[in-house]
Design a protein. Sequence first.
Length: 102
Amino acid sequence: MYSIQINPEVEQDLSELPDVILKEVFEYFELFELDPIKHSSRLYNQGSLKLEGYRKTYVAKATYRIVFKIEDGIAKIVEVVAVGKRDSKEVYINAHERINKE
């Protein structure tokens, strides 16, 4: 089993989602606890956005994305770094900025 860790900035992302989308996101969080690889695909660098090593899941008929990283050290952790619309790569830009803050 995996545990879910949510980047503090994702709280803002989640608060801006419509209820129906939020419900679907939380359903994916539950699936990630069982097998995040099965329910996602690899992300690659998007031009200057360095996202290699992270994963994405399509939500709401592919209009929203969940961006996360799997840590398989001693504890199995899924770290969610961004949730948002794909429009203009918004979610990828947010993920890149949050990742590179650290």
